[in-house]
Design a protein around this ligand. Structure first.
Ligand SMILES: O=C(O)CCC(=O)C(=O)O
Length: 483
C-alpha cells in the first residue's frame, strides 16, 4: 500500500442489534459501506462447506455434491481488457486443480517452483439458480428489498429472445453468486454491475477490501475518462492516471461469518487472505435505482459516440446503440423500462390490496404501505428522467395493465413482492390463495378504471403512478370523512 492514502476503516456492527430502519437510515440511504456480523447463524453453507476443526473449505463436499456444475473461473495472473481472463470448467475440475496446486505448494515450499502456476478463482457461480432446493442460505432481512433478483426470478432481463438468448440463459439469470478461491486470489479494481449495491458474506476465510468513494471516481481514470486503473498495487502510471495520487481510501479485513455491504458506485479491489468461500448478491431498490439509470445514460452516450461515424450509413443506428448497450452494460433502455413498468404495476397491485383489505382509514400510514408508496415515488422520479430519450419516440412499446395482470410470471412477481414487504415489515401476506385471479380482486375497486391503462412511453408511466397515488391517498380519507 506504498504511497496510498488510507483515511480510515470500514465500520463494523453487530447485525443482531440492528433494525431494518436503522440499516436504511445509516447505510443504505447514506450509501456508506459497513461490515455486519451475526447474520449467518443458521446457514447450511456454513455447516456443510467448512471443516469445523480448522475453518478451511470442505472442497470434497462441494465437489461431490455440486461438481458437475459448469462455471467460469478467473485466472488471477492474466489480464483481459478490464478484467481477468476467464476459463470454462466444471466445479470438480476447478477443485481438483486447487487441491493439486496447494499440495504442490506445500512440497515446493523451499524451491518456489509453484510461483508460475495459475491462481484460479471461481467467480459468479449462479449457485441458487442451479441448486434452489439445497437452500444454502437465506438472504438476511436487511438485503431483502431487492428489485433486481425479484424481477429476474420471473422474467428475463432482455425482451428480444433471438438477440440475447445465449447471454440470458446463464449470465443474466440472476445476480446471486458463490465465489471460491485459494489464498492469494483477488478481484481487480472495479465498481459493480449496474452500479448496484452488493453484499458479500464470508462462509469461510478472510478478505481484504480497499474502497474508493464515488466522489473520487474521476481520479482513477485516464485523461479521456475512458479507462480506469486495473490493479491499485501495481505501479500506477502517472502520465496515464495523473490524479491517482490524490485518492484517499477506506480499508477493512472481513472475517469468516461477516457480511460486507458495498454501496452503489464505490470502487473496490479485493484479496482473499486465506482460502475463502463467499456468497454475494447484487441488488437495487428505491434508494439506488437512480444510479442504474445514470449509468445506462452514460454508457449509452459512450456507445453512440463510439459508432458515430457510421450513423449516416446505418439503417437503425438507435437499435444498434441499444444492442451494444445491452451486451456491454447488461441491459438497455427498453429492458430497464419494461422492468420499471412491471415492477411499478406489482407495487400498485400490492397497494390496491392493502387499501381494500384494511378496515382502517389510516391504512396508508403502515410501514408496508409507506414502503410501496416510496417505491412508486422513486420509480416516478427515474421515469421522469427517461422522458427525453428514444423511449418516448418508439411507437412499438405497449404494456397494458390488463394483459400484464394476466401474465403467470406477473402473478408470481406479485406474490414475491407481497412476501418480501410483509417479511421486512413483519406483517401478514395479503395474497394467500395462489389461484386467486388478481383481476377479479381488483374489479370492485374504485380505481379499477386504471386497468384499461396502456403504457407506451415514460410519460404514460409517470401519469399512471401519479393517478394511482392520488386516488389511493385521497379515497380512504374521503371515506372516513363521509362515515
Ligand atoms: O470477493 C471478491 O473477490 C470480489 C467481490 C466483489 O467485488 C463484490 O462483491 O462486489
Amino acid at each position: 500500500m506504498m504511497g496510498m492514502n488510507i483515511k480510515g476503516s470500514v465500520e463494523k456492527v453487530n447485525g443482531k442489534e440492528m433494525s431494518y430502519s436503522n440499516f436504511v437510515e445509516n447505510y443504505l440511504s447514506k450509501n456508506k459501506p459497513v461490515v455486519i456480523s451475526g447474520l449467518m447463524k443458521d446457514w447450511k453453507a456454513c455447516k456443510d462447506w467448512v471443516h469445523h476443526d480448522d475453518g478451511t473449505p470442505n472442497l470434497q463436499f462441494i465437489s461431490s455434491n455440486f461438481g458437475n456444475s459448469n462455471v467460469q473461473v478467473a485466472d488471477c495472473g492474466s489480464r483481459e481488457f478490464t478484467d481477468q481472463k476467464r476459463l470454462d470448467m466444471s466445479v470438480a475440475e476447478f477443485i481438483d486443480q486447487w487441491i493439486k496446486l496447494s499440495s504442490e505448494e506445500l512440497s515446493d515450499h523451499s524451491t518456489n517452483e509453484c510461483k508460475d502456476k495459475a491462481l484460479l478463482y471461481l467467480k459468479d457461480w449462479h449457485f441458487v439458480k442451479e441448486f434452489p432446493e439445497y437452500t444454502a442460505y437465506t438472504t438476511p432481512l436487511l438485503f431483502r428489498d431487492d428489485w433486481l433478483n425479484m424481477y429476474l426470478d420471473h422474467y428475463h432481463m432482455h425482451e428480444d429472445p433471438d438477440t440475447y438468448k445465449k447471454r440470458d440463459d446463464v449470465s443474466c439469470s440472476d445476480y446471486r453468486f458463490v465465489y471460491m478461491g485459494a489464498k492469494g486470489t483477488w478481484t481487480p479494481f472495479h465498481a459493480d454491475v449496474f452500479r448496484s449495491y452488493s453484499w458479500s458474506a464470508n462462509v469461510c476465510g478472510k478478505k481484504r477490501w480497499y474502497f474508493l468513494s464515488p466522489e473520487q471516481r474521476h481520479l482513477v481514470f485516464d485523461r479521456n475518462m475512458k479507462n480506469s486503473v486495473y490493479d491499485i498495487f501495481e505501479e500506477v502510471n502517472e502520465t496515464i492516471f495523473p490524479n491517482f495520487k490524490k485518492t484517499t481510501w477506506l480499508e477493512c479485513t472481513q472475517d469468516q461469518n461477516e457480511i460486507i455491504f458495498v454501496p452503489s458506485g464505490w470502487y473496490h479491489q479485493v484479496y482473499n487472505l486465506e482460502d475463502t468461500i463467499s456468497i454475494n448478491h447484487n441488488w437495487f431498490n428505491a434508494y439506488n435505482v437512480s444510479w442504474v439509470w445514470d449509468l445506462l445514460l452514460r454508457d449509452y452516450k459512450e456507445a453512440s459516440e463510439y459508432i458515430e461515424d457510421i450513423k449516416d450509413i446505418c439503417d437503425d443506428f438507435e437499435g444498434l446503440c441499444q444492442r451494444n448497450l445491452a451486451v456491454n452494460t447488461g441491459m438497455n433502455f427498453y429492458d430497464f423500462f419494461n422492468f420499471m413498468v412491471r415492477f411499478s404495476f406489482a407495487n400498485i397491485v400490492q397497494l390496491c390490496h392493502l387499501a381494500r383489505s384494511s378496515v382502517f382509514d389510516e391504512w396508508c400510514s403502515s410501514s408496508k404501505a409507506q414502503h410501496l408508496i416510496f417505491n412508486l415515488d422513486s420509480t416516478k422520479d427515474i421515469t421522469t428522467k427517461m422522458k427525453n430519450t428514444c423511449l418516448s419516440k418508439n411507437h412499438n412499446i405497449s404494456l397494458d395493465f390488463r394483459s400484464v395482470l394476466e401474465e403467470p410470471a406477473f402473478l408470481e412477481l406479485c406474490f414475491q413482492v407481497d412476501k418480501t414487504y410483509a417479511f421486512i415489515h413483519d406483517q401478514c401476506t395479503l395474497i394467500d390463495d395462489k389461484e386467486k385471479n388478481l383481476m377479479g380482486d381488483l374489479v370492485d375497486m374504485v380505481f379499477c378504471k386504471l386497468i384499461s391503462t396502456v403504457v407506451c412511453n415514460p410519460e404514460d408511466l409517470v401519469i399512471l403512478i401519479d393517478d394511482i397515488l392520488q386516488s389511493l391517498r385521497i379515497l380512504p380519507q374521503k371515506k372516513g370523512q363521509n362515515a
